[in-house]
Design a protein around this ligand. Structure first.
Ligand SMILES: Cc1cc2nc3c(=O)[nH]c(=O)nc-3n(C[C@H](O)[C@H](O)[C@H](O)COP(=O)(O)O)c2cc1C
Length: 109
């Protein structure tokens, strides 16, 4: 992706200590594609496609941080270590394209 009209759009930016390759950020959009909180291949494919398209930073859909509250049944979770392998797979998929990813931590109470 290139743009002469918006030269800053495709220049790197730092978010804290993390450098993002451009300023194209994907906002959180729920997919309901997780399986009992676990990352699925469909989720990996969904976010990989956005990374391949050139997004610099993906902010995931809501991610449940503790088990007592569920928003959508297909939301991702991160409240114990059993979720780590799925997150590793998801992160690796978008990193292939130089894209960064951060979860939208979600607790409504
Ligand atoms: C289907 C759908 C799912 C969404 N899921 C989330 C979500 O998980 N977390 C969140 O903060 N916002 C969510 N949003 C809001 C989007 O992030 C928001 O629509 C997007 O940032 C664009 O902003 P706008 O609607 O004000 O133009 C969702 C929106 C849609 C349409």
């Amino acid at each position: 992706m290139e743009s002469s009209a918006y030269p800053m759009l495709f220049s790197p930016i730092k978010v804290g200590t993390t450098e993002v390759k451009n300023r194209v950020f994907m906002p959180p959009v729920s997919t309901n594609l997780a399986d009992h909180g676990y990352v699925t291949d469909d989720l990996v494919d969904h976010y990989r496609a956005r990374a391949k398209g050139g997004v610099g930073l993906i902010i995931t859909e809501v991610v449940t941080v503790e088990p007592t509250y569920t928003y959508l049944p297909g939301d991702m979770c991160c409240y114990d270590d059993t979720f780590i392998p799925g997150w590793e797979k998801l992160a690796a998929a978008v990193h292939e394209y130089g894209c960064k990813i951060m979860p939208q931590l979600f607790h409504p109470a």
